[in-house]
Design a protein around this ligand. Sequence first.
Ligand SMILES: [Zn+2]
Length: 83
Amino acid sequence: MPWCEPCAKYFAPSALTTSGDCPSCGSHALVTGNTNKVTAKNLDLKALAASGGQGAEKIPWHFKLLVVLLVIYLGWRIVSLFL
Ligand SMILES: [Zn+2]
C-alpha cells in the first residue's frame, strides 16, 4: 500500500495521481512496502533465531560426555562379544 511520509497517510493505489504521486501534497516519495510490518518477505529467520534462542543450538558439555561414554560402552560390548 502506498505510504506518504509528509502526510503520514496510506493511500489506495487508485487514489494516487496518474503519475503515482500523493494526491494531497504531490510528494513523489511514496513507499509502497510495509517497512514496519513483518511479512513473509522481510521476515529474517536467522536474525530471529539468533536473538530469540540465545545459544539454544549449543550442546552442553555433559551431553557430549554422555555420548562419548555411551560410544565407549557400546564399543566395549561389541568387543566383548568376540572375547
Ligand atoms: Zn502526501
